[in-house]
Design a protein around this ligand. Sequence first.
Ligand code: DGJ
Length: 680
Amino acid sequence: MSLLQAELIVLNGKHVTAILECVPDSAPLWRYWGPRLPDGVGPRAALSDVRPLPSFSLDYDQPLSVFPGLGVGWFGQSALLAHRAGEDWTFQATSCDIARVDAHTVCITLSDEVAHIEVVVSLSLDADTDVMTLSSQLTNKGEDVLDVQWLAAGALPLPQDASTVRSYSGRHNNEFMAVDDTLTRSIWRRENRRGLTSHDCFPGAVVTCADGTVYGAQFAWSGNHTQSIEWTDDGRYHWQMGEWLAPGEVRLAAGKSIQTPEMLATCATDPNGVAQNFHAAIRQRINWPSGTMKPRPVHLNTWEGFYFKHDLAELKALADSAAAIGIERFVLDDGWFEGRNDDTTSLGDWWPDPEKYPSGLKPLADHVTGLGMEFGLWVEPEMVNPDSELFRAHPDWALHINGRPQITARNQLVLDMTREDVLEYLFIKISYLLDSLPISYLKWDHNRDLTVAGARPLYRQQVHSAYALMAKLRTAFPHIEIEACAGGGGRIDAGIIRHTHRFWTSDCIDAVSRMTMQRAFLQFMPPEVMGSHVGTAPAHSTGRAQSMDFRAGVALAGHFGVELDVRQVQGQDCDTLKHWIAKYKAYRGQMHAGKLWMGDAGDNIVWQAHGNADDLLLFVYRMQPMGQRHMPTLRLPMLDASKTYQVEGAEYDGAWLKAIGLSLLHAKAETCQMLRIAAL
Ligand code: DGJ
């Protein structure tokens, strides 16, 4: 028997390989995506030659392709669900054009002359990060409107031994709660229909295989989404991510196109490898004001210390105390605009409250900058309170469907961001603030889920409009950094990071609760964009109290800040806080550019190491009292077995630390140790 030589597209990263098989006039088939194969290794034979037809099946075999279509021999989930008034509801390419953009990027144009649809699948495997970026663009080539119900950004294969999937659930004050599911022949699906990224359905997941290989994917989008994994007839699994579309949300007129957001996907030998790849990819996506990240300044955020009680003299005194302990950026949170004395009023009225700030914000902003700190301001542009000047003037600006109730959340409604006049209003109001005040930072909040998103569903356009407003403001004020916040961590994703520079991880700053959230956050996002603050004890969100050392030690793992009235921090606590601020400044360079490893040493000891394998900053956290008589040892798998390391003055063999581990001192519950591990 002579086998047909397969025509392959091979994309290689450093540690990852993707192989597609070209099939005449059809979407290329997925032959492989996983750990790096040696150069030149591939399937050789075409799949059709080595895959006999099963009994009682179609006399035509349709394996998993880069864009599987419904109705023409593929029985798994389709990458496209669309129709033209009940017609043209199947998709199968009748021609395929493959453009190799460069060694790592391929653009596959699939034209379906029957359904009059064209799809361009873009696929790029970045050689530096090992992250594959996928997206699809669909064009309606027909004459009538095409109703699109689903368009996958990417369709990826997972190996036969993929066994568990970890996704994330949560709520306000409790983000990033891991949900572990076993992969079976039932479809696994998570859907978010809240209109923004959401607290309860982070758009990303991590799959672990029986051989230990770990795959991760995240969807770069701040709106509704679906992620699903389905078993396929050859025993592999098939992973898709895309926008969840409301009925009628995408109705493409003749010649019109829709472009999906990107899906980022990678694989590695363990979850830390996946995290490191994602960190590198996210770092590439961030647009820093001057092109490169400057050291992440220590924040003071006024929210939990002051809430809506703004008093100019007190805030100035707060700024004095903040500057004295080394704080570098002062962020004035909610409560500064006219009438905003609680959360029932004034969203939309973006001018200073004349009672709290008789001469506007300038005296405070100048005072802050005069102390050498940056001045940041909280805004929530997409929102309006029914009790506001804005709503009284323009009730029709809030998203609504005539005849349906407008349901408030935190007493607020959502502006229709697709309206030019709304965008113009917001741009003018925010520009005025940025123009007239020395503001270099915006904390951009979004404190509710969307319900009715317009008479016609405008969910996805809301997101695009919010991105566009951020982009327009950043073009006009290129020095501005933006923090993405949505009632804490409701808008954390790889889409909005193109416009922003920090995430507010959660409104819960209880250090014990934060530990779980932060470690899950760090699976997808690098530490320098993880807003993490030292709050009060007891914590406002949980009522639990922890020592200053522990609170600061937990906050240090991200972009460090303080969220309390620092004037009240006295004596030993003040010295401790100053000490941690100084430590943060000493180590932020290493932590915000290096790699990250996280692990669990057992007996409620968790650890994370930042830097590179030759110079690590190790944080060891004891979360609960000792359950064993002796402390466990902490193995450091990233070290080089042939090297010697110095840890706090003592020398260790790398091989020993890797295999047996570092001996730890006794530690009480809710304590943090920070150690430096350096190769000699
Ligand atoms: C929710 C945010 O997460 C908080 O940090 C704070 O900014 C409030 N909104 C203000 O209303």
